[in-house]
Design a protein around this ligand. Sequence first.
Ligand code: NAP
Length: 254
Amino acid sequence: MSILDQFRLDGKVAIVTGATRGLGRAIAIALAEAGADIAAMATRDATETKAEIEKRGRRCLTIAGDIAERGCVENIVSATLAGFKRIDILVNNAGIIRRGAVTEFTEKDWDDVMDVNIRALFFLSQAAAKVMIQQGQGGKIINIASMLSFQGGIRIASYTASKGAVRTLTMLLANELAPHNIQCNAIAPGYMATDNTAPLRADTKRNAEILARIPAGRWGSPEDLQGAAVFLASRASDYVNGCTLAVDGGWLAR
Ligand code: NAP
């Protein structure tokens, strides 16, 4: 098989959470361009993402729900199996952030973030892995980490705790699922221009500080993640397991 063919995802089925906008939308479109059919999950129907995927000749199923709610994970898996009969790739992208000083941080802002960013990520990985194991053809799990998987940050206690956990949980999943030919890796985006970072970009002082520290000299775009996502979803990465790949314009190297 030629090297470019190793990146193809024809016949594969991928679940992408948080697929309505931002990074998840760009990842879903990239996987579809590489050949996969997509189950696009978010709190509301990912209709624009679906249109983009269908334009590219692939099928897209939208699944609406709150991933933090008990039972949602099972719904995602059963709806995907009902629509596409299999699951080959899972991208745990849905994520939220709450900002506040340590001395004022609320239990609600702790629990809400942990429920979406790490609890749901684990139980959806568990449910998808069971299906992949039963299929017996391996699989790929890609978690969306953060610079806060490596650094402490400021005023984002639950976010940094959740993203630190994403990195080590990715390694645990890689260890346990490797015998089933399931690879689990993470992508750590740098500072990307999405709704999630709109408050930072709107703060002139913070924006200038961030830009001055990025060797690439610009905010990342959702499209900057597409190559890494296709690589980690494809057989080109079959011997890559448990890593967190930074796509950060050099931020961590600084
Ligand atoms: P975003 O633009 O705010 O989009 C978040 C996505 O997650 C949306 O599709 C949203 O769906 C979905 N979502 C949120 N809460 C959900 C829930 N309870 N149930 C189901 N879906 C939910 O965020 P983003 O910037 O693209 O970030 C995506 C991921 O990358 C997150 O894990 C984030 O932490 C991580 N990340 C982002 C950056 C960055 O610079 N942007 C950097 C590092 C890591 P709705 O549209 O339906 O609300």
